[in-house]
Design a protein around this ligand. Structure first.
Ligand code: PLP
Length: 403
């Protein structure tokens, strides 16, 4: 059992008062708050070892490089990858997917080829593929949902053709909080020799990830959703794919030699890490993951699942509340009667309660649900049942005000 009150004390922002009320932060799927150890890790880098990485023979540069590479190994162990050089640091999930769309797309895709995504993807797992489709004459195919808001696996099975080159799906929907059967999806795709990218933005903070057990070809996530700073993320790719793929950005660090006649590229992971990386953020990402390890991801998940279950139970007690899908993760999306989601969000905000409202960067899913948007409450390890009680009271108040 985790000591949640003790954990809360590690998050300075949770002391904040909003409109003179205690902050209730239920927007964790958008970004998590940061524990003191992560905030300190950032200032410690600047106070003690700041120097550009990989290029210097002097002490500080070597210390910064060692700390950054230590983080790479922490990430490797965190997601069960075989090699550290399969871990590419990026700015986040969005950049990781754009990297694969660009580099995998340029290397392996030809006019008439097909990529499969699902209707419940975040825009960052749709638009990079659409841009690629426009550039290369590739076709995007979309896995639909069942009535129960789950991916329609039978329809997915039937979508493969001789031109299918990649499947790219979310592990957990950022709107519905529903976990997709990614292991089954990977097995089906691999049965047709098609590689799979898993968008782990919403699973990494709440699930133990083992990319080798999943047999994912690519797995991407953002640091800021798992207590790490903004501006840093990860692309895991199987060595065989990363080695075969063209570089993404050109610049320093990603080259072996540069001549005007011809340039040769560096080995993994540096081939995909052009320019000065956010080594401070990367080092703090390592700190965040070690912090998560110290609590145990299974303990964190158990706490969050209990909160989600409790929130669903309380929401279902309110007449007129409609919950979308069957959330099994750490987020729940709903509407209260005919009240517009942004009206509910505004009332909650005035009570100090932060939730997200609108389309959640998943417009095709919102369209499929035939609603103007939803209200989403999403949980992290520092949330409590008392906060959910305050949130439910806020919902009841908003219903009273609008009816
Ligand atoms: N994919 C999913 C499922 C997400 O929830 C998000 C962010 O909410 C993203 C991708 C994009 O993440 P980022 O903005 O950190 O790149």
């Amino acid at each position: 059992m985790l000591d949640i009150e003790k954990i809360r004390k590690e998050f300075p922002i949770l002391e904040t008062r909003v409109y003179n009320k205690p902050l209730v932060y239920l927007d964790n799927a958008a970004t998590t708050q940061k524990p003191k150890c992560v905030i300190d890790a950032i200032s410690d880098v600047y106070a003690t070892i700041n120097s550009n990485v990989h290029r210097g023979i002097h002490h500080l540069s070597q210390a910064a490089t060692a700390a950054m590479e230590h983080s790479r190994d922490i990430v490797r162990r965190f997601i069960g990858a075989e090699h550290s050089h399969e871990i590419i640091f990026t700015r986040g999930t969005t950049e990781s997917i754009n990297l694969v769309a660009s580099s995998f797309g340029e290397t392996f895709l030809r006019k008439g080829d097909e990529i499969i995504v699902s209707v419940m993807e975040h825009h960052s797992n749709i638009v990079p593929w659409q841009l690629l489709c426009e550039r290369k004459g590739v076709r995007l195919r979309v896995i639909p949902m069942t009535e129960r808001c789950t991916l329609d696996i039978e329809k997915f099975r039937a979508m493969f053709t001789g031109r299918t080159r990649l499947v790219s799906v979310a592990h957990v929907s950022n709107v519905l909080g529903v976990t997709n059967p990614v292991k089954e999806i990977i097995e089906i795709a691999h049965g047709r020799d098609v590689p799979v990218l898993i968008d782990g933005a919403q699973s990494i903070p709440h699930t133990s990830i083992d990319v080798r057990e999943l047999d994912a070809d690519f797995f991407v996530f953002s640091g800021h959703k798992i207590y790490a700073p903004t501006g840093v993320g990860v692309l895991y790719g199987k060595e065989k794919w990363l080695n075969a793929m063209q570089p993404y950005h050109g610049g320093g660090e990603m080259i072996k030699s540069v001549r005007f006649e011809n340039t040769t590229f560096n080995e993994l992971p540096y081939k995909f890490e052009a320019g000065t990386p956010d080594y401070t953020g990367i080092i703090a990402l390592g700190t965040a993951l070690e912090w998560v390890n110290s609590l145990g991801i299974a303990n964190i998940a158990a706490h969050e699942h209990a909160l989600t279950k409790y929130a669903i139970k309380r929401l279902r007690e309110i007449p007129g509340v409609r919950i979308f899908g069957e959330p099994d993760g750490a987020a729940v999306s709903f509407l209260t009667g005919e009240i517009h989601p942004s009206d509910t969000g505004t009332i909650l905000d005035h009570l100090g309660i932060a939730v997200r409202t609108g389309h959640h960067c998943a417009q095709p899913l919102i369209e499929a649900l035939k609603v103007p948007g939803t209200v989403r409450a999403s949980f992290a390890v520092y949330n409590t049942r008392e906060e959910i009680d305050a949130f439910i009271k806020g919902i009841e108040r908003s219903i009273k005000m609008f009816s």
